[in-house]
Design a binder for this molecule. Structure first.
Ligand SMILES: [Zn+2]
Ligand SMILES: [Zn+2]
Length: 437
C-alpha cells in the first residue's frame, strides 16, 4: 500500500458492508482469496488501524466519529451491535438458502449441464453502483456475478452437474428479491427418418386458409387446413415423452401434401422446446410413435441431434427418387418413345421458372436442375408409371406437364402430348453436397 489514507479507510469502514460485499469491491486485489476472505482481512485491518488512531492522541469530532465506526466492526473492542450489511441487507448470508431454492427446481427437470443467473433488486443494484462511483472503483465485481459463482459451486458439488458456459441444458434464474427460480430449458433435438404412407397429410402444421389459423366454424375451430400433419403425428408423442412445451419439425426438404414418402424415408430433426426430460428410450419412443400413427406415418433410426443438424438439413438439398404416375390427355402413351424421352433427360439441364402453384410463396425466377435418372416402370394405355431420380429442388409435376412452357424441357413437350400427374411419391431422399439456392 502507498501512504495509508485514514480518511478513506474511515469512509469505507463506515459504509457498513459485510465481508463479501467489501471484498467484492476489490475483486482483482489479492489473488487466490475469495471475496469473503478478502473482505474479512480488510475489515480486520481497518479495525486495527482505527483502534490505533483512537488510542493515540486524536481528539474531538474525529475521535467520536472513529469510535462510532468501531462500534460496527465485529473485531473491535468497541463493537456493540450486529447490523445487516447496508449493501446486500444480509443477502450474501443466505447463499445456502438460494442453493436450496435451485435444488428444489432442479428436481423437476433432467439435465447434465447448467448455469445460474441472478436477478437482484433494483435497490441493491443502485446502492452498488453508487459505491462504485463514490470510490471510483475500476475492478468491482457485480453482486449477481458472485451469487452465480457461489451458488453454482455449491449446487455443482451437491448434484454432480457440470457448469457450462456455452450450452447448458438448463439455466436457473434466481430472483433474490422474490426468492423464486425460473428455468430456461434448452431445446432437445431428435433426428430420424419418416415415411408417409397416406396421402393428404402435410409435412408440417398448415393453418386453415380461411381463418389464418385462428379457428372458425369451417375448420371446427381447430385452425387447421388438414386434420393432422407428419409434424403433429410424430411431435405429439415426442412432446408427451419429453414433457416438452412444444415441437417443430425440420425436414430435409418436403413432399407435397398429396405425395407419399416411401422407401427409406426422409431425414428430419424434431425440436422439442422446454423438455423436462432429455434421457429418453429412443427405441421405445420409435415404437410408440409408430403405434399411435396408425399406418399414416412411420419413423425409424431415432437419434439425439443438435441445432447444427437443423442448420445442415436446411442448407442441404436432398437428391430424391420419385415414383410418378402420369396420364395422357390425348390417347395412348407410346411406350418406346417415352423410354427414349426419359433416357435423354439426364443429358439436358432442366430450366424451371417458379411454378404457378408456388409462385405466391417463392420468388419468381428460373432455376436449373438436373435429372440423374428416369425410367419407365410400366405403360398401360393412357397411364404410365415412371421412376425419376432428380436433384433437390427439381419440380417433378412441372417436369411432367411443362407448366405452360415454364419448365423446359418437359416430358409432355418431348412427347408432344399433354400430360397430367395422377400420383407422385417420394421413394428416397439422400443428402447431397451443400449448395446455394
Ligand atoms: Zn453485504
Ligand atoms: Zn378456420
Amino acid at each position: 500500500m502507498e501512504r495509508i489514507n485514514v480518511e478513506r479507510i474511515m469512509e469505507l469502514a463506515s459504509e457498513g458492508l459485510c465481508d463479501r460485499c467489501l471484498g467484492r469491491l476489490f475483486g482483482r486485489a489479492g489473488t487466490g482469496l475469495s471475496n469473503q476472505e478478502r473482505g474479512r482481512s480488510l475489515r480486520i485491518s481497518f479495525t486495527l488501524l482505527l483502534e490505533e488512531v483512537v488510542e493515540s492522541n486524536v481528539t474531538g469530532k474525529k475521535r467520536e466519529r472513529i469510535l462510532e465506526i468501531l462500534k460496527h466492526l465485529p473485531a473491535s473492542h468497541y463493537y456493540e451491535k450486529e447490523e445487516k450489511c447496508k449493501l446486500c441487507e444480509g443477502l450474501m448470508d443466505s447463499l445456502d438458502k438460494m442453493v436450496d431454492l435451485v435444488l428444489k427446481s432442479a428436481k423437476t427437470v433432467e439435465f447434465e449441464t447448467f448455469q445460474i443467473g441472478t436477478r437482484v433488486s433494483e435497490e441493491i443494484r443502485e446502492r452498488e453502483e453508487e459505491i462504485w462511483r463514490k470510490y471510483g472503483l475500476k475492478t468491482p465485481e457485480p453482486i449477481g456475478k458472485e451469487i452465480n459463482r457461489e451458488v453454482g459451486k455449491r449446487f455443482s458439488e451437491i448434484t454432480g452437474a457440470e457448469y457450462s458456459k456455452d450450452k447448458p441444458d438448463v439455466v436457473f434464474i434466481l430472483d433474490t428479491e422474490f426468492l423464486s427460480v425460473e428455468m430456461v430449458i434448452a431445446p432437445l433435438f431428435i433426428k430420424g427418418r419418416y415415411r408417409k404412407l397416406k396421402r393428404g397429410i402435410p409435412q408440417t402444421h398448415w393453418p386453415h386458409k380461411a381463418c389464418g389459423g385462428r379457428g372458425c366454424p369451417e375448420c371446427n375451430f381447430t385452425g387447421k387446413q388438414y386434420p393432422t400433419s407428419v409434424e403433429e403425428i410424430i411431435g405429439e408423442v415426442m412432446k408427451d415423452e419429453a414433457e416438452a412445451v412444444n415441437y417443430k419439425l425440420h425436414g430435409m426438404g418436403r413432399e407435397d401434401v398429396d405425395a407419399l414418402m416411401l422407401g427409406s424415408g426422409r431425414p428430419f430433426v424434431m425440436e422439442l422446446s422446454s423438455p423436462r426430460k432429455r434421457k429418453l428410450d429412443l427405441k421405445a419412443l420409435e415404437e410408440r410413435i409408430n403405434k399411435s400413427a396408425q399406418g399414416m406415418v412411420e419413423v425409424e433410426g431415432l437419434e439425439y441431434s443438435s441445432r447444427e443438424d437443423v442448420q445442415r438439413y436446411k442448407s442441404v438439398r436432398g437428391k430424391k427418387t420419385y415414383r410418378v404416375r402420369i396420364r395422357s390427355l390425348q390417347g395412348e402413351i407410346p411406350e418406346e418413345k417415352l423410354k427414349k424421352v426419359l433416357s435423354l433427360l439426364p443429358s439436358s439441364p432442366i430450366r424451371q421458372r417458379t411454378p404457378n402453384r408456388v409462385a405466391h410463396r417463392r420468388a419468381d425466377k428460373v432455376r436449373v436442375r438436373r435429372v440423374y435418372r428416369a425410367e419407365v416402370e410400366d405403360v398401360k394405355g393412357e397411364v404410365a408409371t415412371l421412376t425419376i431420380v432428380g436433384e433437390g429442388g427439381l419440380y417433378i409435376k412441372e417436369l411432367v406437364h411443362g407448366d405452360g412452357g415454364r419448365t423446359i424441357p418437359s416430358i409432355a413437350s418431348a412427347l408432344s402430348m399433354p400430360l397430367e400427374v395422377l400420383e407422385l411419391d417420394v421413394l428416397d431422399v439422400e443428402a447431397e453436397d451443400e449448395k446455394e439456392e
